[in-house]
Design a protein around this ligand. Structure first.
Ligand SMILES: Cc1cc2nc3c(=O)[nH]c(=O)nc-3n(C[C@H](O)[C@H](O)[C@H](O)COP(=O)(O)OP(=O)(O)OC[C@H]3O[C@@H](n4cnc5c(N)ncnc54)[C@H](O)[C@@H]3O)c2cc1C
Length: 385
């Protein structure tokens, strides 16, 4: 089977790896650099907390556990950090929601528990515990994060070296080629044609764009903003989520910072300044909890499109319009990527239809599927999950 994967973010690189491992002859086409889209500007927290409904939570948990399996396939999975994470909320309404969520997730078998102030101080002495006040602190030991660009590079290199996958960067796919209602290949922006039996679109935020005559997926993508500190003399190992602020180590002593209320100010990606209003807002919030940050400033601040399908849920599987054409796009794509790739490869190469994907099919977005090319509904404007 000749398979083409469009896009080399966490989803595309995972799909390429699993297809190649399952025996397909894989070619990957990436319009920019490897993993240069959302995956390069992602907090990349592997987690299932707060993810609803149950089937979506289960898909995220399976993604977290797929990383543990996948790490064993590499001599050193330097991209994987399963250090656990902390979460606390300071308003009563958010604390009540957190308590209900913890109870439900414990029933579902997810790793989560409340921990004491003494315990968090022993585990992470950099955090100023007084600033947490009397907010209950939750610890999720199975959570962690990955380094998405390193991950994509390792998977694609492994797929090339072990199973002969080809990777074309700087090559945009413009259209799908079809014959008698079945995919027959792709055409690049430069006009070159490549033959395939199967094409999988993993184009992230570009998933709503049509490929020639074939329409994309309705999306309600949002904008994400990440700030990166200078290296700071701290020993923080785990990430924490304090109200709408997310903080984690980012290598060589730098911290990665994210604040949802800053994301909410944007409707498109923008070039921001490390000493600008957004960077200062995020840094000041983090300084409240990590006094050592008083000594450093923000070194870089980046924005990107956060790909989110129109109903907020994962979209994965065969497209209804053309046989042999598949799509894989989702929010929480970092968490879900390795599991999504295993399921799609099992369906595409081995022909096993995977129940876990039944509520996430692309056909839900299209009228009169299969065969129709009319989107069932258009989704207006950005919004947050
Ligand atoms: C600020 C922020 C924080 C986030 N935090 C988390 C988190 O904590 N946990 C989590 O699980 N998820 C998180 N996400 C979401 C996650 O990062 C994304 O779901 C994931 O990176 C999407 O990966 P992808 O491969 O689908 O898309 P991308 O990484 O965008 O990759 C798509 C690739 O396709 C290429 N491409 C597009 N069109 C074409 C074409 N026609 N031809 C060739 N190439 C093409 C692009 O250049 C790009 O490289 C976050 C996102 C943001 C922005």
């Amino acid at each position: 089977m000749r398979a083409i994967v469009i896009g080399s973010g966490v989803i595309g690189s995972s799909v390429a790896y699993e297809l190649a491992k399952a025996g397909a002859k894989v070619s990957v086409f990436e319009k920019g650099r490897i993993a240069s889209g959302a995956s390069a500007v992602s907090f990349a927290w592997t987690n299932a907390n707060g993810k609803r409904p149950r089937e979506y939570h289960a898909l995220n948990v399976a993604g977290m556990r797929a990383y543990v399996d996948l790490a064993r396939e590499f001599d050193s999975a330097r991209w994987f950090n399963q250090t656990g994470s902390f979460e606390w909320w300071t308003t009563e309404a958010a604390q009540a929601k957190q308590l209900a969520g913890v109870k439900l997730e414990q029933e579902w078998g997810y790793g989560v528990d409340f921990i004491s102030r003494d315990r968090i101080t022993a585990m992470e002495p950099d955090i100023k515990v007084q600033a947490i006040g009397d907010a209950p602190i939750v610890y999720y030991p199975e959570e962690g994060w990955i380094d998405p660009v390193l991950y994509a590079a390792c998977l694609l290199r492994s797929a090339s070296e072990r199973w002969g996958a080809q990777v074309y960067t700087g090559t945009q796919i413009k259209s799908l080629e079809t014959r008698s209602g079945r995919v027959s290949g792709v055409r690049t922006a430069a006009g070159e044609r490549f033959e395939a039996d199967v094409v999988v679109s993993c184009t992230g935020g570009a998933s709503q764009e049509s490929l020639g005559d074939i329409p994309g997926i309705p999306m309600k993508s949002t904008i994400g903003v990440l700030a990166f500190t200078q290296p700071v003399a701290m020993t923080l190992r785990r990430q924490f989520h304090a109200d709408d602020l997310d903080v984690r180590p980012d290598g060589a002593g730098r911290l990665m910072l994210h604040k949802i209320s800053v994301d909410d100010q944007f409707s498109e990606p923008k070039s921001l300044q490390p000493d600008g209003f957004e960077a200062t807002t995020i840094l000041n919030a983090a300084r409240e909890l990590l006094p050592a940050l008083e000594a450093v400033s923000i070194e870089a601040i980046r924005t990107t499109v956060r790909p989110i399908p129109g109903d907020g849920l994962t979209c994965a599987g065969p497209m209804p319009q053309v046989d042999g054409y598949y799509v894989g796009v989702t929010h929480s794509g970092v968490t879900i990527a390795p599991q999504l790739a295993r399921l799609l490869a099992d369906e595409i190469v081995r022909g096993n239809i995977r129940e876990e994907l039944s509520m996430f099919r692309p056909s839900r977005f299209f009228d009169g599927a299969p065969g129709s090319v009319i989107p069932k509904y258009a989704v207006a404007g950005p919004s947050h999950d």
